[in-house]
Ligand binder design. Structure first.
Ligand code: AMP
Ligand code: MN
Ligand code: MN
Ligand code: MN
Length: 285
């Protein structure tokens, strides 16, 4: 049985690997399939697919969308969506704009707190993507404002800390619909990080089809817990490392054991979504 990794970031969000490097690394690790899941971006997919063809690695198109419920961030993964569709791409531009506006306020706040940020230097850490909080945390380490990325988040950037600035809120229900409309399979990312199990029934009602049971932050008990929830709600199980290259210390790709058979279930879910879209378009015509 082959191994896969369905949650990986590239330089098109807050990872440090190019899409080509991701695929090359996957080859070295003997993975049979990977998914590129950048935050609110699909710019790495085509490059990864091309490299995948060369090296014989299956590349699943994916995206990770940031959404909010109250003060909590809920991340929704979308797999196999029609990532070239114009309507979807313009939505992504809008979500990136939200992050850009948040960043302006965040940098102003850091300055007020005595941590001046040179925008040119910061931009060098994210040459191909919108700046994320992870890039800002790395910059803070580089400047000696904090000792570690963890400290940057725990002392300054996390909700409730002095440099936390809210983004305009995006609803997970709206994003689940958007992914379904775009032909994708919506999956709840790293549920243990958001700790909002109470929302799962509502998300399922909105069309959620899967849950990321295997993740680098999940231990055996967490895996058992979410496997049970998956069974209870008829959700498919997915998994991935959430590798950010060198941006979070350890290179996580392939460190989470995810069996290939998960991909077969994901493909069945994709076929269901496409079938529904076909039915609807027949009704309309
Ligand atoms: P943003 O979407 O711009 O708010 O940036 C959030 C990103 O920062 C996430 O995608 C994570 O990669 C990273 N991040 C969030 N919290 C932490 C944390 N406590 N430690 C390390 N990285 C984090
Ligand atoms: Mn990230
Ligand atoms: Mn996430
Ligand atoms: Mn992620």
């Amino acid at each position: 049985m082959g191994k896969i990794d369905l949650h990986i970031h590239t330089i098109y969000s807050d990872g440090t690997f190019t899409p080509q490097q991701v695929v090359q690394q996957a080859k070295k690790l003997n993975l049979v399939a990977i998914s590129i899941t950048d935050h609110d971006s699909v710019r790495g997919i085509e490059e990864a697919m091309e490299e995948g063809k060369k090296l014989g690695i299956e590349v699943v198109p994916g995206v990770e969308m940031s959404t909010d419920v109250g003060e909590d961030e809920i991340h929704i993964l979308g797999y196999y969506l029609d990532w070239r569709r114009k309507e979807f791409l313009s939505k992504l531009d809008f979500f990136q704009q939200i992050r850009i506006e948040r960043n302006e306020k965040l940098l102003k706040r850091l300055k007020e707190l005595g941590m001046e940020v040179n925008q040119g230097e910061l931009a060098k850490l994210a040459p191909k993507s919108v700046i994320s909080r992870l890039h800002i945390a790395r910059y803070m380490v580089k400047k000696g404002y904090v000792k570690s990325i963890d400290e940057a988040f725990e002392e300054w950037l996390n909700p409730g800390r002095p440099a936390h600035v809210e983004r305009a809120k995006v609803s997970p229900f709206e994003i689940i619909s958007l992914i379904l409309e775009t032909g994708g399979v919506p999956v709840l990312a790293h549920p243990f990080l958001s700790r909002r199990d109470d929302l799962i029934p509502k998300l399922v009602e909105a069309g959620l089809m899967g849950i990321e049971v295997y993740h680098s932050t999940h231990n055996l008990d967490t895996v058992k817990h979410y496997t049970k929830i998956a069974q209870e709600y008829g959700l498919i199980i997915t998994g991935g490392s959430d590798c950010h290259g060198d941006n979070k210390g350890e290179r996580l790709m392939g460190k989470v054991d995810v069996p290939e058979e998960i991909l077969w279930e994901l493909k069945k879910a994709r076929d269901k979504v496409l079938e529904k879209i076909k039915l609807f378009s027949k009704k309309d015509s």
